[in-house]
Write a protein that binds this ligand. Structure first.
Ligand code: ADP
Ligand code: MG
Ligand code: MG
Ligand code: MG
Length: 774
């Protein structure tokens, strides 16, 4: 059984002839999805995570750690029921499912069946499932090859970083640094790589600022100066390279990174739209709170997260779409077939148009050119891997907080798609139509010859082709199409995927972040906070989230805490200490009915604690102007700049996200029999685990414990091997990988109190006492 549909992938120059065919049929499929599923309701709150692993070959004799690129067969084995029935059965029995990823050194694993989010036990089962995934994968690997959950392999792109070694001379990538042998063997992936380059009309170029240290030479000396294997080898010198930056030139630099994703299902489309919108302002905050990638291509960089790397790595926009000058001798239209317009035609199209060199633009800078198939060539401000462009709107949900003014960035739209979507009145409303019409400005990147013709009533591959190559911070996932006889409630419904999180080193942490997002989503649905801020502010926050230690040092635009629409009094007592009060019998003896609902605090205590809270006026409120001044300059707007700590942990006067989660656990997820205190030791253990999951996120936000990025940067910069030149040598890389292995194995015997340094004393003690690492 093949993991991905086999077939003949088309080269860009062939496949582009089908772009409109894919879009037209994809939208027809989407319309059919709405016809079939728009009115479904009563779907259960199901959820699931995705974890991506890198296979790292550790050679202790030579003190080397390399990416293993010849053990990818394990992925086929785990999915091959006929050829490898034992392995297949093993994965199935463990309720795990393995998926291919871009890198030949990568694996993705998810639970085979989603978790039941109405069941407390499933939030505790996640970690067990994650542990099983590593166990099952390890059973098929030699002892020296370890599946690690690293966001970025520190020396990917350095001279020799794979085993077996491979040279960067491949025609699919034409990279100066990455060999084609790192790319998944399935034909889809090299084709995807080449098609991005061919459409763009140049290789991708990613420039990360170097971390400036005393001996840092601000020159990326890994770039070969005189290579002339491919025409594109000259690109760094034609403008692709920025001085003082680490330069990367291939999709693999981004798609070869790992992350953690969480998908949740709403009860109906409207609930899912509200959830999507409410999670949007949290994407940069959680990106910063999960930061885990301070090293790229053997350099410490002056940022902590992967997002701009992966965004740049699949950026297939042509020069004209990016609105930049082409490199000397390059075509501004990249790989697009352009319908040249004569002057008369141009004037008819736009009035007042100007011809600027080869470009025909109107007054707002939009080009009036089109491709041969009639699609306008637009200015496209963002890569297809980027933050979301617009809210979906919650006006059909009972919350109704959305204001169209929040969608305040220029977001190009495929107007033909927009009118196709509005053909059936009342089927898809304006905000949602615009969302899909934006996704459909993109071209398909890989098409299989055998999949050109599809049954639009039962298949949705053309829709998914565009949808799943729009890699945004959130993904709104519609259901698939089914025969009319199928009971829809047994099929996946309207889901929201949360995608910014960096992967963490341990299953404990990955479970903690997944549970944080899924419980928060459930709490959002229950308590209905209003977290809308203009999209422009979220984009500003995305930039901020890249900064070194942004989670503790920077502030993020957020809805002022007084404007979340929640009554703080109702959340008092539901802090992390609630778990201690709940677990320890005897601490809950206030004895009145309300004590439980009030988080075990009496009215007097609440009044005392909130005496200094000034309703409706927040100290950190500042005038709501964004850096480019486009939002209204009006101090009464309910947006402020907050620390991640204030957003996540709240304060004496504001709930913060953690209290929402704790109250949800206390009032909805606890078994009925355990309403007032913890009766059984099993429940106590479960509650303690949840408390520690929340502590992890809470402590990362407050700075009580370091992010992985901070920890890694410190490991490197404090090593006697480090020459203070920003370089992560083979030896430093090995030492760091060894430490990450100690951490992911919870090795409490590791030198220098490693685990305590990494988790903080509190959580490390919990892990040790509950038998982690034994
Ligand atoms: P993708 O790569 O497209 O995001 P995957 O299949 O890799 O999709 O992962 C999807 C995640 O969604 C998995 O964790 C899976 O368990 C989970 N999932 C599956 N069905 C549902 C559902 N009905 N509701 C919520 N989550 C689901
Ligand atoms: Mg997946
Ligand atoms: Mg993946
Ligand atoms: Mg996913």
């Amino acid at each position: 059984m093949g993991l991905l549909s086999l077939g003949t992938p088309m080269d860009w120059h062939e496949s582009k002839k089908w772009n409109e065919h894919v879009r037209e049929n994809g939208i027809e499929q989407l319309l059919n999805i709405f016809r079939q599923h728009a009115k479904r309701d009563g779907d259960k709150f199901l959820w699931g995570d995705e974890v991506e692993y890198m296979l790292v070959d550790v050679n202790r004799k030579e003190a080397q750690a390399r990416l293993s690129i010849d053990h990818d067969h394990i992925l086929e084995d785990l999915n091959d029921e006929e050829g490898h029935p034992e392995q297949f059965a093993r994965a199935e029995a463990a309720n795990v499912s393995f998926h291919p990823e871009y890198g030949r050194f990568m694996l993705e694993a998810t639970p085979l069946r989603p978790y039941d989010g109405t069941n407390l036990c499933d939030y505790l089962y996640v970690e067990e499932n994650m542990v099983d995934r590593r166990v099952v994968a390890k059973e098929l690997l030699p002892a020296n090859i370890v599946p690690l959950t690293l966001t970025a392999f520190p020396r990917m792109g350095c001279a020799t970083f794979t085993l077996p070694p491979a040279k960067a001379i491949g025609p699919a990538s034409q990279s100066l640094f990455l060999p084609d042998e790192i790319i998944n063997r399935h034909v889809r992936f090299p084709t995807l790589t080449a098609n991005i380059r061919k459409r763009r009309g140049a290789k991708v170029s990613i420039n990360l600022p170097m971390f400036p240290d005393v001996n840092t030479k601000l020159i990326d000396d890994l770039i070969p100066l005189n290579r002339d294997l491919f025409l594109l080898d000259l690109e760094p010198w034609l403008g692709a390279l920025k001085p003082g930056h680490v330069y990367m030139d291939l999709m693999g630099f981004g798609m070869g990174l790992s992350c953690l994703q969480v998908t949740m299902q709403g009860s109906d489309i409207n609930e899912s739209r509200y959830l999507y919108d409410t999670l949007a302002p949290l994407t940069p905050v959680l990106l910063a709170a999960s930061a885990a990638s301070p090293i790229f291509k053997g350099y410490l960089v002056n940022q902590d997260v992967r997002w701009n790397v992966i965004s740049g790595a699949v950026d297939d926009r042509t020069f004209i779409e990016r609105n930049v000058e082409p490199y000397r001798g390059y075509d501004v239209f990249g790989g697009l077939d352009v319908l040249k317009l004569d002057k008369e035609h141009v004037e008819k199209l736009g009035g007042g148009v100007g011809v600027n060199g080869d470009r025909v633009v109107n007054s707002s800078g939009d080009t009036l050119l089109q491709t041969l198939d009639g699609k306008p060539i637009q200015k496209v401000p963002k890569s297809r891997y980027d933050s979301i462009d617009s809210y979906l709107g919650d006006l059909q949900h009972d919350t109704k907080y959305f204001d169209p003014q929040y969608n305040d960035i220029y977001s190009p739209i495929n107007s033909k798609v927009l009118s196709q979507l509005s053909q059936e009145k009342g089927l898809i409303d304006e905000q949602l139509s615009k969302h899909f019409a934006h996704l459909f400005i993109r071209d398909p990147l890989v098409l299989f010859l055998e999949r050109i013709d599809q049954d639009n009533k039962l298949e949705n591959d053309h829709f998914e082709n565009i949808q799943s190559t729009n890699w945004q911070t959130l993904r709104f996932k519609p259901p698939a199409l089914y025969p009319a006889t199928r009971d829809l409630l047994t099929t996946p419904g309207w889901r929201v995927e949360f995608r910014p999180l960096e992967i963490q080193l341990t299953d404990f942490e990955n479970a903690a972040y997944s549970v944080f997002i899924s419980l928060l989503s459930k709490a959002i649905i229950k308590f209905k906070p209003n977290l809308y801020v203009p999209i422009l502010k979220i984009d500003e926050n995305m930039k901020t989230a890249h900064n070194v230690d942004a989670v503790t040092k920077d502030k993020f635009w957020f809805r002022s805490q007084d404007s979340w629409g929640l009554n703080h009094d109702e959340f008092i007592g539901y802090d992390l200490l609630w778990f201690d009060r709940f677990i320890n019998r005897g601490n809950d003896e206030l004895g009145v009915d309300e004590v439980y609902l009030n988080g075990y605090k009496d009215k007097e205590t609440i009044e005392e604690e909130t005496a200094n809270c000034d309703d409706g006026d927040n100290d950190s409120d500042i005038t709501a102007t964004s850096s480019n001044g486009t939002s209204a300059n009006n101090a009464s707007l309910p947006f402020s700049k907050l620390l991640a700590n204030e957003i996540i942990n709240g304060s004496a006067c504001h709930p913060g996200l953690i209290r929402l989660i704790v109250k949800l656990i206390a009032t909805e997820l606890l078994p009925e029999t355990a309403q007032h205190h913890c009766d059984t030791s099993k429940l106590a253990q479960q509650m303690t685990k949840l408390q520690n999951y929340l502590k992890l996120v809470s402590y990362r936000a407050s700075g009580k414990i370091p992010t992985i990025a901070h920890w890694m940067r410190t490991v490197v910069t404090q090593s006697p091997e480090y020459a203070r030149d920003s370089k992560v040598t083979e030896r430093l890389n090995y030492d760091l990988i060894e430490k990450t292995i100690h951490v992911s194995d919870y090795d409490f015997t590791a030198a220098g109190g490693l685990l305590t340094e990494y988790f903080g004393a509190d959580i490390a003690l919990y892990l040790k006492e509950t038998g982690y690492g034994q």
